[in-house]
Write a protein that binds this ligand. Structure first.
Ligand SMILES: *Cc1c(COP(=O)(O)O)cnc(C)c1O
Length: 370
């Protein structure tokens, strides 16, 4: 009986795409890179090949650096856009503000991060312009950079024309444009455009291109389209403890994921699973969907009893929007049957809270037969 109970606990979750393991393409590349000796600190063929594949993907000559994680990628690249007396504008919900423990301010020696509002986690040219014009006197830090997140922290995606408009505004205002692309692949899978259309062609100076949440082990790429800004970035990485000695283990997964297009396949799959979950939740009237479903997340408001019930059944997910706003994140290895099982549990718990006769007729959720 005990064993049976244990087997019914979900093995995959909707908490974050970083709960997922390493995809086979990244894993195989790591194994391949592990066969022989190779030079350290990025002077190896894997790092060269990964950077070349990124240049091919973006169809431009960009400067590429690999760091351990997204916080380092964001904060070091932002620091290279500004001086300590400048400011960085980002959305109130941005990861750089809420989830990096002040690293962007720390690595830029005190540059102030200013928070802007905008619908669905997105900045607008109007908001940016207003924020820059609000104070232009010597007593206030001078606006220098804008950071956008693609896909956003709300699971939405900037369309190419929205980014182009932001790019035009930032250039007009003399600002640099930074993109946090922890889920850039999910954004591209949603938009179905070439990566250049929503980066350098739209005026993005530097992109933090994430792979970890898309199935890699670790290692994010900092991609400078504005190559002048990459000057001495290697020193910045080294000083911050972000120059990997065995760099090939950060870069080889990129080769594995980019070479045969796995990066986009995995992202498209995660997006599809989120679309499936969205469809199922939409059919449950008391559930309120909080943001348009575009990338690999569904944000929904559920009754407290249902949240508690899901947790009791072993599901893991985040609730960080108000009291009852949940984030359900799908990853490269989420299966349709995971989604079915999760949605069935939500439906059953909702039925229970409404004291509907369906409570008694509750089906055993399909994840129990996985
Ligand atoms: C996960 C994430 C990052 C990177 O976070 P690390 O934990 O430092 O790797 C950056 N931006 C966004 C929007 C994220 O979701």
């Amino acid at each position: 009986m005990k064993l049976k109970e244990k087997l019914t606990l979900p093995s995959r979750h909707f908490a974050s795409d970083n709960y997922a393991g390493i995809c086979p393409e990244a894993w195989d590349a790591l194994a391949e890179a592990n066969r022989n000796h190779a030079p350290g600190y990025g002077d190896d063929k894997w790092t060269t090949q990964a950077a070349d594949l990124i240049r091919d993907l973006f169809e431009t000559k960009c400067e590429v650096f690999f760091v351990f994680n997204g916080t380092a990628a964001n904060s070091l690249s932002l620091a290279s856009t500004c001086q300590s007396y400048h400011s960085i504008l980002c959305h109130r919900l941005a990861h750089v503000e809420n989830d990096e423990c002040g690293a962007p301010e720390f690595f830029s020696n005190g540059t102030k991060v200013l928070l802007l509002d905008g619908p669905d986690g997105k900045l607008t040219p109007e908001e940016i312009t207003r924020a820059v014009r609000r104070r232009t006197d010597i007593h206030f830090p001078k606006a220098r950079s804008v950071s956008v997140t693609q896909a956003t922290e709300c699971g939405t995606v900037y369309a190419p024309d929205e980014l182009a408009a932001i790019g035009r505004a930032t250039r007009r205002l003399g600002l640099k444009l930074h993109m946090d692309g922890a889920r850039f692949a999910n954004a591209i899978a949603h938009l179905n455009v070439k990566p250049k259309e929503v980066t350098w062609k739209a005026g993005v100076d530097v992109l933090c291109f994430g792979a970890t949440k898309n199935g890699s082990s670790l290692g994010e790429a900092v991609v400078f389209f504005n190559r002048a800004m990459a000057q001495e970035f290697d020193y910045r990485c080294k000083q911050a403890g972000q120059l990997a000695s065995k760099m090939r283990f950060l870069s080889a997964p990129w080769v594995g994921m980019l070479h045969g297009g796995a990066w986009l396949r995995h992202a498209a799959h995660a997006n599809r699973m989120a679309a499936l979950l969205h469809e199922k939740l939409r059919a449950l009237p008391p559930v309120k969907i909080l943001f348009p479903r575009q990338a690999n997340a569904v944000f929904a408001e559920l009754p407290q009893e249902v949240i508690a019930g899901l947790r009791a059944r072993g599901w893991k997910f985040y609730t960080f929007i108000g009291e009852s706003g949940c984030r359900f994140m799908c990853s490269w290895d989420t299966t349709a049957s995971d989604v079915d099982g999760f949605a069935a549990d939500i439906a059953a718990l909702l039925a229970g809270t409404m004291k509907s006769p369906r409570t008694k007729l509750r089906r055993v959720s399909s994840r129990q037969s996985n």
